[in-house]
Design a protein around this ligand. Sequence first.
Ligand code: CP
Ligand code: NVA
Length: 301
Amino acid sequence: MTVRHLLNIVDLSADELALVGDLSDRPIVDLGQPLSGGGVALIFEKPSNRTRQSMEMAVVQLGGHPVYTRGEEVGLDVRESVEDVIEILEGYHSMVAARVFSHSVVERMAALSTVPIVNMLSDRSHPLQALADLRTMRHEFGSLSGRNVAWVGDYNNVARSLAEACLMSGMSISFACPDGFQPSAQECERLSSLGSGHVISTDDPVEAVSGTDAVHTDTWVSMGQEDEVEERRRIFASFSVTDQLMAAASPGAIFMHCLPAYRGYEVAASVIDGPASRVIRQGHDRMHAARGVLAFLGGVR
Ligand code: CP
Ligand code: NVA
């Protein structure tokens, strides 16, 4: 049997994406402890609050044992090659999950691993976040199909995974990103091909949020881009999610952010701490989404 990995949302079919959502909603007792007696290695080349905590708890809830290691301790391609690390870890663990700088590292892991590899954030994708975001919106809206979301800010790892997940769930997405930080025309075409929803890209935040049910954003400065902070704050200055921008979305639209958030930059404090915000629910959904996908990779159907 071919081993399954989760590096990007598109590694799942649309039906499997829906199934993972269903598994994340099922009572834990109905999932049958698929990781019982097994370990899950969690390797972090970057800091984390939500991802580490939610993955550790999800592994425990499924009967497994999480083993957390900082990237510098493992020394991927420094102390030893990515390939040697995986060939050893697959002898101890049922799954290996990694948060890495370069997406190519999780691809190299998946190329030879005999156990599932889970991407816990790379420069390309953040699939675990998108699974949680879908869950938050599903619980908010009832059904996802036909709903519209906006992404305001940087077309980054979180945006790409969210867009894939939304399109595969029958939703439409509008991006408002500054020039140079937008999805390319080719990328918009790829996203469009994932579902029947629309993909719109503009540099006008008001146009992008108009008619949308959920407004998403993320930090303007992702981990690893700290040297660009001043330049990025200047380029993204007119892409803040403010009360005025939220007023341009559909009545009752919700605000979402994967966190950590920088109040006064990508989002006004009055928005993220206000009644439209679902960011805490979204953070809590990380654990349920992680449990759903780990159960799926562990063979639960
Ligand atoms: N959203 C998210 O991935 O948070 P952490 O970086 O804290 O894991
Ligand atoms: N885009 C951000 C997400 C943090 C959870 C980053 O990559 O740092």
